[in-house]
Design a protein around this ligand. Structure first.
Ligand SMILES: Cc1cc2nc3c(=O)[nH]c(=O)nc-3n(C[C@H](O)[C@H](O)[C@H](O)COP(=O)(O)OP(=O)(O)OC[C@H]3O[C@@H](n4cnc5c(N)ncnc54)[C@H](O)[C@@H]3O)c2cc1C
Length: 552
């Protein structure tokens, strides 16, 4: 990493990684021996969805399980839209990904088996036909993220920039160059409040999902879809944005912001109950509580709307208090802090936006439509999840594609020369905002109408209403953005409204219900034709490798 003293705001690395979750950090570490890597992260290094992952990572370790069965279960969950090659690729590389994590020092939970041997404990989650989820108690993400973050900080070749928010990508097309390649990014230093230029031979988007587009979400504050928005503006296609996974069970408590009650609680026999104590899942699906998440979330949504109730209950009281405390120590402690003893009381729960299945389109090496730009992790659309993500496949995707992208970048480093100095961020025509309230108001309005109109159950009319609102906000925000100096909230809001628009457009394009997309106007899957992905193409898209000059 070179900090050019002549140009105090220009930084250079071989590889710029935007985001420091499972995807970004594992990719940075994979490259740390071969390249100068800059990792920028818009909050503290460990802030992100990865830190909060509870359940675990899917991997075939049980002797009765098989790769073919993992592939099958993933395809089933994906409701006809998974890319079979991607699924196979991911599953086949899962063992190596877990071995790598163990080598980094991630301490997965072990158990003593009846035959006296000690092995990794595997749990079971919805959609999996076998026990297939390796975990570190109920805080897998914490174990993974803290281990990788610690490791990244010790590597001399990895420069970490916390509280640095990527604002937009710098491309050859934007600079009028012949080759359209990603050359770096404008990065807003949240502490100095300055926009810096980071230039690199390869740029990786590892910015996670977009749960914050919804009022209720299990996602942390950083999940504002920045990577998807930046890639779209840079001319990359995005796919399947209508498939937003709503987690059925977030803790219902006015002060419990986004706290998730892991699916593993249902995996261990937890029952969903109505406020009067009656079970209901059997009325919706023969698999009951272990039906896929979309089925469970819709059932809860249906019952809550039918009864006008604000929550339902999740009950694990049939297990002994010792079992509950031993298997779910974090969930137990967190619920306890909010006055719920899950060993003796049912837990009040509500659904919340949880996972963005769609994203920036990539190939099996994590490459996007733009030369030199990669997308890895939740920001990407690799084809693994199809219309519905199977639990615990997402961390796996982060790890497998980080390795695949790292290999490609390593090979490409020899070919790609470092970009020359890039133009600085132009602030000559903007002033400080005198109306911050616009940002705060629009932020809230957006998340509210996305929840009400583009949530778990959709209709065409509601989607059209949402589109009109999104159009209006897009214009207001563009005007605001053109006149005022950027701030953290403005940058995120600009991205959120763009991502909202992409979700609405995709949802309107799909004239059927499939996987996570459910609309009352087309309540069945359209089985009269082969299911297709919803691919949105930006106006400035040009097929990979095509020269800018060819457009003139
Ligand atoms: C509560 C919860 C529980 C989950 N449990 C599981 C589970 O058990 N198993 C599983 O497989 N999956 C689980 N998931 C999903 C999984 O955690 C995520 O899909 C995965 O962690 C995403 O990793 P990532 O590296 O892509 O993104 P993240 O971990 O979200 O990291 C994104 C990073 O990008 C940074 N960033 C974002 N925008 C910018 C920007 N503009 N500039 C600079 N930096 C930026 C963020 O600060 C952060 O560092 C869970 C998700 C949640 C929310």
């Amino acid at each position: 990493m070179v900090n050019d003293p002549e140009m105090a705001l220009q930084y250079q690395a071989d590889v710029l990684v935007i985001g420091s979750g499972a995807a970004g950090l594992s990719l940075a570490l994979r490259l740390a021996d071969d390249a100068a890597v800059a990792v920028v992260s818009k909050a503290a290094l460990t802030d992100g969805a990865t830190l909060w992952a509870q359940g675990g990572i899917s991997v075939v370790l049980d002797p009765e399980d098989s790769l073919a069965s993992h592939v099958d279960d993933t395809l089933n969950a994906g409701a006809g839209l998974c890319d079979v090659d991607t699924v196979r690729f991911t599953v086949e590389h899962s063992g190596a990904a877990i071995d790598w994590l163990i080598a980094q020092g991630v301490a997965f939970t072990r158990e003593r088996r009846p035959d006296g041997t000690v092995g990794y404990h595997l749990t079971r989650e919805g959609g999996h036909r076998h026990r297939r989820v390796i975990h570190a108690a109920d805080a897998t993400g914490y174990a993974l993220e803290s281990t990788l973050a610690e490791e990244a900080r010790t590597r001399p070749n990895v420069a970490v920039f916390e509280h640095h928010l990527a604002l937009d990508l710098i491309t050859g097309a934007k600079l009028g160059l012949t080759e359209n390649r990603c050359l770096g990014a404008y990065i807003y230093d949240r502490q100095d409040r300055k926009v810096k230029v980071f230039r690199a031979r390869s740029v990786v988007l590892a910015t996670g999902g977009a749960g914050k587009v919804y009022l209720y979400t299990s996602n942390p504050d950083v999940a504002t879809g920045d990577g998807i928005a930046m890639a779209w503006r840079a001319g990359c296609r995005v796919a399947n944005m209508e498939f937003i996974q709503f987690h059925p069970t977030c803790l219902y408590h006015p002060e419990a912001k986004s706290f998730l009650i892991s699916e593993a609680v249902r995996g261990e026999g937890g029952r969903l109950l109505l406020p009067d104590g009656g079970p209901f899942m059997h009325r919706f699906d023969p698999r009951g509580e272990l039906a896929p998440r979309d089925v469970v979330a819709r059932a809860i949504d249906h019952e809550m709307k039918r009864l006008g109730s604000e929550y339902v209950y999740l009950d694990i009281r049939h297990k002994s208090p010792d079992f509950v405390k031993q298997h779910f120590p974090n969930i137990y402690a967190r619920c306890r802090a909010f006055g719920v003893d899950m060993a003796t009381q049912p837990i009040p729960v509500v659904p919340a936006a949880h996972y963005t299945c769609g994203g920036v389109m990539t190939d099996l090496r994590g490459r996007t439509d733009l030369l030199g730009l990669y997308a890895v992790g939740e920001v990407s659309h690799t084809g693994l999840h199809g219309a519905n993500r199977m639990a615990s496949n997402s961390l796996l995707e982060c790890l497998v594609f980080a390795e695949a992208a790292a290999s490609d970048i390593r090979a490409d480093l020899v070919r790609a020369s470092p970009p020359a100095e890039l133009p600085e961020w132009d602030e000559s025509r903007v002033t400080d905002s005198d109306e911050e309230v616009v940002v705060a108001h629009n932020w809230h309005e957006l998340r509210r109408f996305m929840w009400d109109y583009v949530g778990i159950v959709r209709t065409t009319k509601r989607l059209q209403r949402a589109r009109r609102r999104a159009d209006l906000l897009t214009h207001e925000i563009a005007e605001y953005y053109g006149n005022f100096r950027v701030t953290n909230d403005l940058i995120e809001l600009r991205n959120l409204v763009l991502v909202a628009e992409l979700i609405i457009r995709s949802a309107l394009e799909r004239k059927e219900s499939r996987g996570l997309h459910y609309t009352l106007d087309y309540p069945q899957a359209d089985d009269s034709r082969t299911p297709v992905n919803t691919v949105l193409v930006p106006d400035n898209y040009r097929a990979r490798g095509r020269r800018v000059s060819e457009d003139r």
